[in-house]
Ligand binder design. Structure first.
Ligand SMILES: Nc1ncnc2c1ncn2[C@@H]1O[C@H](COP(=O)(O)OP(=O)(O)O)[C@@H](O)[C@H]1O
Ligand SMILES: [Mg+2]
Length: 235
């Protein structure tokens, strides 16, 4: 579905990502782990077209090269992105936040249809549809951020640290939803600090260090990998 090769990226200054390769297949959860500052978020931003890429960098989504496209064009091809730190609009209601996620849809029937889908996936959001989103719990706010990304029927969802700031039990609930979303046919590429829980639900994962590929394998393989255990799983 997505094949990244020779990804070399910066923010206009020093090179942050060096020659990174990464693949995501259909119906997969792929997780990026690695130390703070490794460049995990920068990889997501690069897919979304908001970093500066070296000319050898390639990001192919199905048959389409994404490098050089605008963020809006990338969204229209079927990729949505939830940046780090829950970016919902706190003084808008749940329902209004979902409308914001549908900003590229002109057909109001389609908006309604997508909203019904999100509310079916997240019944708690439906119960709270007229509440201002700042009154939701942390877990519900994260569900709303994910639900908003689903309004455009993406084929690929990019999530930056969806578990940040949540209690372990709530993380398990959010991750269970991610598995359901994957099983419904949406691939997910996520960045996670919470490596143990994330690897358990990941089909595959990549370890990044200092902007470079370090290790890759299935979630299960990396959970058992002694180096990963020592560095990222608190063993
Ligand atoms: N907007 C930015 N402008 C310049 N440098 C940045 C920006 N965002 C991140 N960086 C730098 O890029 C490097 C990788 O950051 P990031 O991708 O956020 O790492 P991670 O998500 O793995 O913690 C860090 O050295 C960070 O300081
Ligand atoms: Mg980050």
């Amino acid at each position: 579905m997505l094949i990244i090769s020779h990804l070399t990226a910066s923010y206009g200054g020093p090179t942050i990502i060096k020659d990174v390769a990464l693949e995501i297949n259909e119906k997969e959860i792929v997780t990026l782990i690695g130390p703070n500052g490794a460049g995990k978020s920068t990889v997501l931003r690069s897919i979304f077209g908001i970093t500066q890429l070296n000319k050898n960098s390639s990001i192919r989504f199905f048959d389409q090269e994404l490098t050089g496209l605008s963020t809006q064009e990338i969204v229209q091809l079927g990729i949505t992105y939830d940046p780090q730190g829950r970016t919902i609009f706190p003084s808008l209601t749940v329902d209004e936040n979902l409308d914001m996620g549908a900003y590229l849809l002109i057909d109001s029937n389609l908006v309604r249809e997508r909203k019904d889908y999100v509310y079916k996936e997240f019944p708690r959001l439906k119960e709270r549809r007229d509440q201002k989103s700042k009154t939701l719990s942390g877990g519900e706010q994260q569900m709303l951020a994910i639900g908003r990304c689903l309004m455009l029927s993406p084929k690929l969802l990019l999530l930056d640290e969806p578990s940040i700031g949540l209690a372990p039990k709530i993380i398990a609930e959010v991750f269970e939803k991610l598995v359901q979303i994957r099983d419904s046919g949406v691939s997910i590429l996520m960045v996670e600090q919470n490596a143990t829980q994330a690897l358990k639900i990941s089909d595959r994962a990549y370890v990044l260090e200092l902007g470079e590929n370090r290790l890759t394998g299935t979630g299960h393989e990396l959970l058992k990998n002694p180096e990963v255990k020592k560095l990222y799983l608190g063993a």
